[in-house]
Ligand binder design. Structure first.
Ligand code: HEM
Length: 305
C-alpha cells in the first residue's frame, strides 16, 4: 500500500536528505583517502583519518576497501545505524525505568559494578563477562520490554506446525505472511511461570532458568536463526558499558512523576499494564511516550552502596 500512499511525494525524502548530509562528507573523505593511498600520495595504508584512528580499523574503512560505490557504502552504514541505534536506546530507556522502579535491583547492580570495576575506571571485556547480575538485569528488561516487540516472516513453502498445548496441528500455506509478537510471548505464564508479569532479574540466575534452558526459543529479543541480530554482543557490551558508567556516577534513580507523560487511567489495564507509570508505544521499536524523565542522585566520594 505504501506505494499508493506515496504516489505524489516521497515522505521520507526530507529525513533522508538530513541523513545523507551527515554521511556524505565523511564518506567523501574516506574515498578521497583511499584514492590518495592508491595513487601513492599517502605513504602507507596505515594513514590516519583526521584524528579518528586507522581508516582500515573502522567499518567505513573496511567498506571502502571492498567497493568504491558510494551509494552501497552509504546504505550499508545506514543499515547498521538504523539496526543498532533505536534498539539499544530503547533497551537503555527501559533499563533506567526499571532501575527507577526497583531500588533493590539498582543497589545490587551498583554493588556488583563497584566490586568488579571500582568507582572510576572504564570496564574491560572481562569485567563485563564477569558481571552475571548485570547480564540478568539486561535480559529481564529485554524480556518484558523487547525493543523489537513484533516481527513477521513469510513462508516459502507449505508447512504443518505441531499444535499448541495439545491443540490441532496448524497448516501454513506457501507465501503466507505470519506476524508474531515477541513481547506477548515473553510475558506468557505457560512459558515463563506464574510470575511472568513481574520484573525479577533473578529468574535468569535461579532455578527458574529451567524455563529457558528447556525451551530456548521463548526468549527472542535478538531473534534467532540465520537472521539473528548481527550486533547482539556489541549491544550487550555497549549497554553494560553505559550501566557501569551510570552507576559509578549516580547512586539513586527516581521517576520524575511531575514531568512524566503518564497513563490517564491505569486501573483500566490488566497485568503489567496496570502497574506501568509510563505510556509504552511502538513503531518498529518500543519507546516511552514523551521520553523517560528521571531524577538521579549523585554518588558520594566514598564507595558506599
Ligand atoms: C538491544 C539492542 C538490539 C536489539 C534488541 C536488536 C534486535 C534485533 C532483531 C530482533 C533483529 C532481527 C530482525 C529480523 O527479524 O530480521 C536484528 C537484526 C539485526 N541487528 Fe540488531 N538489535 C540490537 C542491537 C543491534 C546493534 C547494536 C547492531 C549493530 C551495531 C545491530 C545490527 C543488526 C543487523 C545488521 C541486523 C540484521 C541481520 C540480518 O538480517 O542478517 N543490532 N536485531
Amino acid at each position: 500500500m505504501w506505494r499508493l500512499a506515496e504516489f505524489w511525494n516521497d515522505r521520507i525524502q526530507k529525513d533522508m536528505e538530513v541523513c545523507h548530509g551527515l554521511i556524505n562528507p565523511i564518506l567523501k573523505d574516506a574515498l578521497d583517502m583511499k584514492r590518495s593511498i592508491k595513487e601513492g600520495e599517502l605513504p602507507t595504508k596505515h594513514a590516519y583519518t583526521e584524528g579518528e584512528g586507522l581508516l582500515e580499523d573502522t567499518l567505513l574503512g573496511h567498506l571502502v576497501n571492498c567497493t568504491e560505490d558510494a551509494a552501497v557504502i552509504r546504505d550499508e552504514i545506514m543499515n547498521i545505524l538504523i539496526a543498532g541505534r533505536d534498539t539499544t536506546a530503547s533497551t537503555l530507556t527501559f533499563l533506567v525505568y526499571m532501575l527507577s522502579q526497583h531500588p533493590d535491583v539498582l543497589k545490587r547492580l551498583r554493588a556488583e559494578v563497584l566490586s568488579t570495576v571500582g568507582s572510576s575506571r572504564g570496564p574491560t571485556y572481562d569485567d563485563v563477562r564477569e558481571m552475571k547480575y548485570m547480564r540478568a538485569v539486561i535480559n529481564e528488561t529485554l524480556r518484558l520490554y523487547p525493543s523489537i516487540p513484533f516481527n513477521i516472516r513469510t513462508s516459502t513453502e507449505a508447512v504443518v506446525w505441531p499444535g499448541v498445548n495439545g491443540g490441532p496441528p496448524i497448516y501454513i500455506p506457501p507465501n503466507t505472511r505470519i506476524p508474531f509478537s515477541i513481547i506477548l510471548m515473553h510475558r506468557r505464564k505457560d512459558l515463563w511461570g506464574p510470575d511472568a508479569d513481574i520484573f525479577d532479574p533473578n529468574r535468569f540466575i535461579d532455578e527458574r532458568l529451567k524455563y529457558l534452558t528447556s525451551n530456548p526459543f521463548i526468549f527472542l529479543p535478538f531473534s534467532a536463526g540465520p537472521r539473528i541480530c548481527l550486533g547482539q554482543q556489541f549491544a550487550y557490551n555497549e549497554m553494560s558499558f553505559f550501566l557501569v558508567r551510570l552507576l559509578q556516577t549516580f547512586s539513586s534513580i527516581t521517576l520524575a512523576e511531575d514531568l512524566q507523560t503518564r497513563p490517564s487511567d491505569r486501573a483500566e489495564g490488566t497485568g503489567r499494564n496496570a502497574q506501568e507509570k509510563v505510556i509504552i508505544q511502538h513503531h518498529v521499536s518500543l519507546y516511552v511516550d514523551g521520553g523517560l524523565w528521571v531524577r538521579m542522585g549523585e554518588a558520594g566520594n566514598s564507595n558506599d552502596v
